[in-house]
Design a protein around this ligand. Structure first.
Ligand SMILES: [Zn+2]
Length: 103
């Protein structure tokens, strides 16, 4: 097995996982359900991780992830702090200055 990526967001990891599965790439999620214990553990041990079953899939898997990332950057986003919809061009919330993608 080989680790593909790590994210603060279990949602992001799940999205990647679903996309890889739909491409027939065998993978699994680690640390998916332990975020509730985040206060007691080093942060690198608590973030969800996506692992590939076969390292030969690494190149194609990275391409799948790049496509997801690229397509999600095209659209509007919603501030995680005040839930205001944001224009795609902005990286800070116009209302409360919360950075984009911050949890
Ligand atoms: Zn905001």
């Amino acid at each position: 097995m080989i680790r593909l990526c790590q994210s603060e967001s279990a949602f992001t990891i799940q999205q990647y996982y679903d996309a890889l599965q739909s491409q027939g790439i065998a993978c699994l999620i680690r640390n998916q359900f332990i975020s509730g214990a985040a206060g007691d553990l080093p942060i690198q041990d608590t973030q969800p991780e996506l692992w590939l079953m076969h390292k030969d899939d690494l190149v194609i898997a990275k391409k799948v992830l790049e496509e997801i990332t690229a397509s999600s950057e095209d659209g509007e986003w919603v501030c995680s702090s005040c839930n205001e919809p944001q224009e795609p061009a902005f990286n800070l919330c116009w209302q409360c200055q919360q950075p984009r993608n911050s949890a």
